[in-house]
Design a protein. Structure first.
Length: 325
């Protein structure tokens, strides 16, 4: 019978044969797939052989970079390169309001920073590139049977020159490519990846940039990070997080009037989005009990000074999408 332990042994054997003593490089997003690959490599090879590169775009959630780093250290990472590139991304995004333009800029800067870091860190040329590709990713990209979401919104993680180079050299390894998502989670659990990471909601590559409608600024990122952290913490505290496929806050580019004491002031509007879904292709708004919504909205407006109003997005996909941009 097929068990995780025997699968792990087989994969480790294959990896050791293919890679030998050559260095390994893995790009870390902090998501389930790249974290499980990291755990697998660190369990299979001496830690010094495994080079992990993570780029903080400044568009991450609250404490995200610190948590990613801590998790990887716990899994035994030693050659872990955390690149703080907030300035680069934010200045490239200055004045940009078009969502597809934002995605394109983030993708381009990502690749520039990645190429610079590879040179700077002196990752040897013969390094193997490990990728967290799943079985379903192969089917979708290979046959064009269509993840329509990917056609509607461009994804930036597909045309990296690093990946193209390594493919040509035959130095790409994809140890999860036989697995479905739930099997990846089981493998991750077997390898000691924290449950928090394995059951995290999906997060888009362009991060908060597509959740700040209109121009992205550091100030708006900070406001959104605070509101989003409150929303997610409350979902966890109320045991709703795992009932929901994806949840987040969106910062709207309007200010509306409000009162504090005798003063009028103009605060931002935050939209809460929480959906149930199987695969992100279709989705429905999560039917919150009213009390939860009212309490969460009050916490956000009380604690985040610049937010004056909270609304709940009740749209399904289709015709809406899950993200607002
Ligand atoms: P939509 O908004 O198209 O989202 O209904 C479906 C799923 O895809 C994620 N998404 C993205 N992921 N880069 C990504 O890596 C992107 O540009 C992007 N846009 C949307 C979204 O968070 C949801 O899980």
């Amino acid at each position: 019978t097929w068990t995780m332990a025997s699968y792990l042994e087989d994969v480790q054997g294959l990896l050791r044969t293919q890679v030998g003593d050559d260095p390994l490089l893995l790009l870390i997003s902090g998501g389930v797939d790249s974290t499980v690959v990291a755990a697998l490599l660190l369990k299979t090879f001496p830690p010094e052989q495994v080079h992990l590169l993570y780029i903080d775009t400044g568009l991450m959630r609250k404490n995200e970079t610190e948590e990613v780093e801590a998790n990887l250290r716990t899994l035994g990472a030693s050659n872990l390169y955390i690149v703080h590139a907030e300035e680069r991304f934010l200045s490239a995004l200055k004045g940009v309001v078009d969502p597809e333009k934002k995605r394109q800029i983030i993708g381009d800067v990502f690749i520039q920073v990645q190429e610079e870091e590879l040179r700077r860190r002196r990752i040897p040329d013969q390094a193997f590139l490990a990728q967290g590709t799943l079985y379903t990713d192969l089917i979708e990209s290979g046959k064009g049977v269509g993840n329509k979401a990917k056609v509607i919104k461009s994804h930036h993680n597909v045309r990296s020159p690093l990946i193209e180079r390594k493919r040509k050299e035959g130095r790409v390894i994809e140890p999860l490519s036989m697995l479905y998502k739930d099997e990846v989670r089981r493998l991750g659990a077997h390898l000691g990846v924290p449950r928090e990471v394995l059951e995290r909601h999906p997060f888009p590559g362009p991060g908060l940039a597509v959740r700040i409608l209109g121009e992205v600024t550091r100030e708006k990122c900070d406001i959104l990070r605070e509101a989003d952290a409150i929303f997610i913490d409350e979902l966890k505290r109320r045991h709703l997080y795992h009932e929901i496929w994806q949840a987040f806050c969106v910062l709207l580019p309007v200010r509306t009037v409000g009162v504090t004491g005798d003063d009028r002031n103009y605060g931002y509007v935050v939209a809460l989005r929480a959906v149930t879904s199987k695969d992100g292709m279709t989705a429905d708004a999560y039917p919150f009990p009213t009390a939860d919504l009212l309490e969460i909205a009050a916490l956000i407006t009380n604690r985040v000074k610049d937010v004056g109003r909270v609304v709940y997005d009740v749209s399904s996909k289709p015709p809406a999408t899950i993200e607002w941009e």
